[in-house]
Design a protein around this ligand. Sequence first.
Ligand code: DLZ
Length: 205
Amino acid sequence: MSSIKGPSSTHFDGSNLRIAIVHARWNKSVIDALVAGTINKLKECGVKDSNIIIQSVPGSFELPFACSKVIAGSHVQASTSSGDLIGLSFGGSSTSLPSTKEPPIPTSTVVNMPNAPFDAVVAIGVLIKGSTMHFEYICDSVSHALMKIQIDTGVPVIFGVLTALTEDQALERAGLGRGSEKGHNHGEDWGLAAVEMGTHSKLWA
Ligand code: DLZ
């Protein structure tokens, strides 16, 4: 039986929107697929390359701080999707995946970011449960902090943080499943949500 889960689709025009993607680098192969899925959907909705700004941070715990700074327009390091797209490979399913847990490697290109406001920010991270309580603390604090940022600033923050109990759960939610079912790339949903909420946020300003 097919699943009833997921939002019903409505089309929003992203051609006037400016969107930031802030992503962690832990579990990079999954992150790369999710960021690519988000960007693809943003572009499909009409968001211009030059209006998609990407900033990476070490891990998910750093996402709230970075989102807050990006919204405040006070950071100067970012990479644009029209330039060297943070060194990601967008080849998709052919990537070999010995393990999703890789050490974080900085990938951002430094460019000057104009101080224009963002209509929405997508925070992307992949948390995979280990043997300690680390996972629970980070999941809890990051989700609460991201919610607080959007309420406090009035800029929608899309919750693109996977909280997976296993590596396979994370891979499936990025469309990289190891079995016959590759799964659905949740980055696409986050791109759609960013365009919808960015549009609402402009109208409700
Ligand atoms: C330390 C750590 C661990 C163990 N696991 C993850 C993870 O699965 N996903 C993730 O995004 N980050 C992880 N981190 C790094 C923390 O988020 C953070 O970067 C460090 O604790 C430094 O503040």
